[in-house]
Design a protein around this ligand. Structure first.
Ligand code: M6R
Length: 610
């Protein structure tokens, strides 16, 4: 949460920071700010801040800086944690010679604030970040390294900082702990940012700033050292997706583009893991021994990733008969979970940064459980903390609402289930080979679903007027219903709930009255009739029913207002098609309500706070 970027070089820092912040806006968008050295030779730092989107800041920068464009600056786009949305609370924050931006949370800020007040230094904002600036400044006697080191020894919590000292013009210092920060150098200067999307216009080579090291950026150098002053050489990484992947590419919204990218993202995720039409993780370095001798599997994740885990549980249990539990990471980490060396903990995360999922995987490691991360962002914290990693290859997902990252997570869970079945000799190669063909085939089915946009758009004319909506399903379809409900709430602001279809009559059916929309998924043969019975129950209470089934089912047309028909397919793969249904329904409902689809209120893409 919060996006930060620093640049020093030979180009217009104002423009670079604005462009970078726009690409980082998915991380927070309630206010933004920019600090810069107006002239590389003066002992002065100027700050410009604005509430609202980065474009507001851009306007202010253009009003304030008409000539002599700065060559060094830092910028921040905020998702408020401490203190409301105001210019005063937006970053950068300054104290004495120190001006900084921050992504993370300083947990002991109150204690530190009391200490600062004892020294007659009072904050002007309500933020934890300003306290960090005060602490660094209190240690600053001309040696930035000593100041940063001493201050960080006092700060608890998570942070990625870009720091400027007014008497060191043209220079940016950075440090991070449990918050992401990448560095990059090119002919035009040095960069530091929360995510590579902010630097990809300039270079495809980057590195992850090692934790608790101090980086010093100048226009022609990027030096990193540890707290003892030893030089650190980071591992250079290469961005393996094209710059076009981080742009809208002709679509109105990133979400729509990302929905359409799913078949390709699936292929990129699955194809490298198929050898002789069987799942194979040897190129990922995932040893088969990880999948043997297990008494239990625990999947930990948050939000959409957790919904992918729900499907993972169904698949793994079906193929291995090993008990799997799915835990919300924020609950798991404080639940004193039962873990041992025969437990495999799988963490699923698009960003690889989610604070609770990261804490869950650390806890699992400390309890000697085996750990496997399923993440999208290369080199992210969760990937680095886990014993093994399977990367999803969705490419950058910019829209806050997760779409393609979800379906590639599903695909990996299917592959894990199939590989485990093979390794443990629970299924023949011939059976799994057929499954792989089915999985690959579902991408074509998904393409067909993408053509149903108009049909689904029409349905949303009714949904957009609703105050409450219910999603129903059983088994695989219940997991899908949960994702459908989250997606709709997240971007359309309509209250919705997902129910296991059989559970409704244990209380919630009292909420079904005339015209309440109910979206029922009935794609699984073993419970098809059961779901239909549940549909009859809500229908007879006046519900406006949207029923989703596979082709080939004879459906009584009086049962529903809309019947969405999936292509003819094996029921195991319907999630790849029902996902498109729920994504389109959420997307077009938000469009009809004229809402900001890609940046819904109160949210941020990476949830790096608890
Ligand atoms: O980056 P992660 O996959 O760990 O993020 C987990 C959730 O915050 C995320 O899936 C969230 O629920 C989505 N915005 C939903 O669309």
């Amino acid at each position: 949460m919060c996006g930060i970027i620093g640049y020093t070089g030979i180009l217009n820092a104002g423009q670079i920071i604005i462009d970078g912040l726009m690409s980082l806006e998915y991380r927070g968008y309630d206010s933004a700010g920019f600090a810069y050295f107006p002239d590389n030779n003066t002992d002065k730092i100027e700050v410009i801040k604005s509430t609202g989107k980065v474009c507001n800041l851009e306007n202010k920068i253009h009003e304030n800086i008409k000539e002599n464009h700065p060559l060094c600056g830092i910028g921040h786009t905020r998702w408020a944690t401490h203190g409301g949305v105001s210019e005063t609370n937006s970053h950068p924050h300054s104290s004495g010679k120190v001006t900084l931006i921050h992504n993370g949370i300083i947990e002991n800020y109150q204690e530190l604030a009391n200490k600062m007040a004892a020294k007659s230094k009072y904050p002007v904002s309500q933020t934890d970040t300003e306290i960090a600036a005060m602490v660094i400044d209190s240690y600053y006697n001309g040696d930035p390294y000593e100041a940063i080191k001493n201050a960080c020894n006092e700060l608890d919590g998570s942070y990625a900082f870009c720091i400027m000292f007014s008497d060191i013009p043209g220079c940016i210092f950075s440090i991070r702990k449990n918050s992401p920060l990448v560095g990059a150098v090119c002919d035009e200067g040095s960069f530091v940012a929360s995510d590579v999307v902010a630097v990809i216009d300039y270079t495809k080579e980057y590195f992850i700033l090692p934790e608790m090291t101090i980086a010093k950026l100048t226009k022609d150098s990027f030096e990193i050292c540890d707290f003892d002053g030893n030089e650190i050489i980071p591992e250079i990484m290469h961005i393996n997706w094209d710059i076009a992947a981080a742009k809208k590419g002709g679509y109105d919204h990133f979400m729509l583009k990302e929905i359409h990218e799913q078949p390709e993202a699936l292929l990129k995720t699955i194809a490298p893991r198929i050898v002789n039409n069987l799942p194979d993780f040897s190129n990922d370095g995932v040893d088969d021994s990880l999948f043997t001798g297990l008494s239990r599997i625990v999947i930990v994740a948050c939000g959409t990733a957790m919904h992918a885990g729900m499907l993972g549980k169904i698949m793994i249990e079906k193929y291995t008969r090993i008990p799997v539990s799915v835990d919300i990471a924020s609950e798991f980490r404080y639940a004193d979970p039962i873990l041992d060396e025969n437990t495999l903990v799988i963490a699923i995360s698009q960003s690889g940064e989610t604070a609770d999922t990261l804490a869950a995987i650390k806890l699992a490691k400390n309890a000697n459980a085996r750990t496997l991360a399923v993440v999208n962002v290369k080199g992210s914290a969760i990937a680095r903390e886990s014993e093994y990693v399977l990367y999803t290859h969705a490419g950058p997902e910019i829209s806050v609402a997760s779409t393609k990252a979800y379906t590639v997570q599903l695909a990996i869970m299917y592959l894990i289930a199939y590989r485990m079945a093979l390794v443990n000799k629970l299924a023949d190669e011939s059976v799994i080979s057929l499954k792989i063909s089915g999985l690959l085939d579902s991408m074509d089915k998904m393409k067909k679903m993408l053509e149903m946009d108009e049909e689904l758009y029409l349905i949303t004319s009714k949904i957009k007027k609703a105050d409450n909506i219910f999603y129903l399903g059983r088994g695989i379809d219940y997991a899908i219903a949960c994702e459908g409900s989250l997606k709709l709430k997240e971007i359309s602001y309509i209250h919705s709930e997902a129910y296991a279809a059989g559970e409704l009559k244990h209380g919630t059916i009292s909420l079904i009255v005339d015209n309440v929309p109910v979206i029922a998924f009935a794609t699984q043969d073993n419970v098809y009739q059961k779901v239909i019975s549940n549909v009859v129950e809500v229908r007879s209470r006046g519900a406006y029913v949207i029923l989703v089934t596979k082709a080939g089912k004879h459906v009584d047309t009086t049962l529903c207002d809309h019947h969405i028909v999936l292509p003819r397919m094996d029921e195991e793969y319907t999630p790849f098609c029902t996902a498109v249904v729920l994504q389109y329904l959420a997307y077009y409902t938000a469009i009809r309500k004229d809402l900001n689809v890609d940046q819904p209120r109160n949210l941020a893409k990476s949830v790096t706070v608890e």
